[in-house]
Design a protein around this ligand. Sequence first.
Ligand SMILES: Cc1ncc(COP(=O)(O)O)c(C=O)c1O
Length: 499
Amino acid sequence: MEHLYGMLSGYAESDIYPYHMPGHKRRSWGELPEAMYRMDITEIEGFDNLHQPEGILKELQKEAARLYGAEESYYLVNGSTCGILSAVSSAIPFGGHILMARNCHKSAYHAAYLRHLKVSYLYSDCMAAYGIWDAVTPEQVRVALEAEGNIRAVLLVSPTYEGRIADVSGIARIVHERGIPLIVDEAHGAHLGLAEGFPENSCQAGADLVIHSVHKTLPALTQTALLHVNGHLVNRDRLRRFLRIYQSSSPSYLLMAGIDNALEYVRKQGKTAFGQFRERYIKMTEALKECRCLRILSGSVREQDVGKLVISAGRSGITGKQLSDILLNKYHLQTEMSSMGFVLAMFTLNDAEEAYQRMTEALLEIDDRLTERNADGIFLLEMNVWTGEASAEKGKSIPLWEAWDMEAEEIVLKDSIGRYAAEFVNLYPPGVPLLVPGERMTEGLYREILRDLEAGLTIQGIRVGAGKGCFPDGIFIKMITESALLCRCRCCDGFGQGL
Ligand SMILES: Cc1ncc(COP(=O)(O)O)c(C=O)c1O
């Protein structure tokens, strides 16, 4: 089989002169490596075209489909973001109704905005000891589908950002009984279904559209991703149309070669690398059972992804952010993210034994110095209050596509309770919205935001004024103006449904 990186390096060594884009003319400038520029080309003779593949790219996409057990696969150079936008846009007609997990990535919300979708949410269980959402269950999907008429597609995330894996085949059966497609954002699961001892991936589990970020869990460059399609419930011409809309018309050959390279790594190194990956994780979590204060989220490999280590510091009374600061400053271990309740560390096939050892030793040593205070409740109460309030607000919000374009004003955060948001408020990472335009600020969420800010977490969509003493009067948020709400009320009878 021919590979893109082989073709590109052959071309880089040739004496062919480039009278074409990119403007660097395959010459390096500054500090970036020469090899990168030499291989960075555009759609020239022999290198095919991602938007109409007939040669090498067509072959590579077929190989990707074979690897994951999909009918068709598409290389993506704008991340899972463009895969999710395209999947949602093609699976649901403009103005249609989507049932989606509340912990979806912001790109799913962006698709709903662009396509004027009516959105109903699936709220999964809150894992109170960690302050995270569990994966959505088949029963939750069944109940939601029974409650809502006219849903045109279901979208869920599995594994979640924190590694919770859903029973996708159970969910696919329920969704397909309705004759509608199931879309799975498997951005964090490009390593699933490829080796023994790992859970099946969502293509194998029967989902219609599956999105993988190759760059998140496999050795590939940032922005690389795949979109897989199965069955007859999604029109593939529409899907390709949206891929043309949401993807660059100049897809990077370096990124595409990166996907090819990563999948070849899986084929060649797969067995040994996957085996070690799983064993090392299991050994680490076994050793960490010794901890008295720190709590490690565990479960079978079908429930909890071996690429994600979720560590709660709750019982000791320190926050996740404080724990991640200790890991970074004292042990030089940079974790993926931290929140009030936990720290998330990521492991992939590319981590050597040392990565597991360093993390294990650091956590055992930290745990030894912490004092048990049974403080879970203090940190996690707010999240429970907030998720409860959020689902109680169901049906009382303004549709996202409408709200995000309404007139907005910036006000002091504490005055926002009960008012409608004009902007997303995201805890970043991972970019899952706490508040969506058109939803009302609740008391619980207000307190949650204050606590997160005080703990030093990054909240997008909130402006914190400069200087000391800015809490809470110097924190600002954009809300929909009263006059825009009145105008909406008069023009479209928008308040008829419980607002
Ligand atoms: C669950 C989930 N889906 C989708 C995305 C978007 O992926 P990408 O960065 O490849 O566009 C992310 C990014 O963090 C994510 O966490």
